[in-house]
Write a protein that binds this ligand. Structure first.
Ligand code: TA6
Length: 310
């Protein structure tokens, strides 16, 4: 079983606009509402890949009930902690293949709920072979909360794929328990190392930083330029096919799902990279956030080129 952690889930609203103007009125007819927050996008793609998946985090209010209902319909195991606050909305405005995101901060988590999740995580993890942890921390949780989850996972010998950024990622990487995989994009990598990273060479140089020595997998996604991936001492350049992009939101989350499913299936280095990155490409080809068309997996996997650069 794969356990996904989304501490700050949301109901994602996606507005697709032909024209997008600021400081004036924009009317929209193309709207979709999906269960979101990075970890729930991961969950949905894992479900589409027919993986046995359980999801945990905090949910509350009517949006929380919407999430519960949607995941139960898909036979995803619901391990969420119900809180008094209201789950958030996140808005993505899709315009000319690019996205502008407006993300609410979400409810405040009480210390009782925070402890309840740690307690439950300790129980659920016994049945999980892989854990994914994604997204921002909701208000009320201490900065070292991810470190605590990683510590529990380490005690259970369960690898964790961690998708978060900035200060939170930087602090977590200074802790004792390391994630098995991280997935910053090039901007997030630059932010982490305090430098501007724009060329492929700069990504390769940055990924080789001692900060990542104890993290077995570092996957740096680069949009249409593909990815640079470090596994132990090997660094790979990944080229992806040119595709029509309908909605890139959730592509990073889909990459996490691809790597989690690939690890669960014991795929080895290059095959795992191809499978993981495939999910990011396929997500961008769909209207719905955190969604893939599994009929395209074989085609895309074959189109992806992986070349060792170091
Ligand atoms: O990656 C896109 C997305 O997953 C959206 O679906 C939206 O819910 C958002 O990110 C949440 O990000 P956060 O880091 O605040 O959890």
């Amino acid at each position: 079983m794969i356990l996904t952690v989304t501490l700050n889930p949301s109901v994602d609203i996606s507005y697709k606009l032909k024209e997008f103007n600021i400081d004036t009125v924009n009317r929209v007819s193309d709207i979709s509402k999906t269960v979101g927050g990075k970890g729930l996008n991961v969950t949905r793609v894992l479900n589409q890949l027919h993986e046995d998946v359980a999801a945990t985090g905090f949910i509350g209010g009517s949006l929380g009930a919407f999430i519960r209902n949607e995941i139960t319909k898909k036979n995803i195991q619901d391990k969420f902690i119900k809180i008094d606050g209201e789950t958030r909305n996140c808005i993505a405005i899709i315009h000319e293949g690019k996205q502008t995101e407006i993300l609410e901060s979400g409810p405040t988590i009480s210390s009782e709920d925070s402890d309840a999740l740690l307690y439950n995580f300790n129980t659920f993890i016994k049945k999980a072979e892989i854990v994914t942890i994604s997204g921002s921390l909701p208000v009320g949780l201490p900065e070292e909360y991810y470190e605590k989850l990683l510590g529990i996972a380490m005690n259970n010998n369960t690898p964790v794929l961690l998708d978060t950024k900035g200060e939170l990622l930087s602090k977590t990487l200074q802790g004792k328990s390391m994630p098995f995989l991280i997935k910053p994009n090039s901007d997030e990598l630059g932010e982490l190392l305090g430098k501007n990273i724009s060329t492929l060479y700069e990504v390769v140089e940055a990924i080789d930083n001692p900060l990542f020595n104890k993290v077995p997998w570092v996957v740096v996604t680069l949009g249409s330029k593909g990815a640079i991936v470090k596994h132990q001492d090997n660094i790979y350049r990944v080229r992806i096919p040119k595709v029509d992009i309908l909605n890139p939101v959730g592509s990073g989350d889909s990459v996490i799902a691809g790597f989690a499913a690939g690890l669960h299936r014991n795929l080895k280095e290059v095959e795992l990279i191809k499978f993981g990155i495939t999910m990011g490409v396929l997500n961008a080809m769909e209207e719905e956030t955190g969604c893939i068309n599994s009929d395209n997996i074989e085609w895309c996997r074959k189109e992806i080129m992986v070349e060792k650069v170091l």
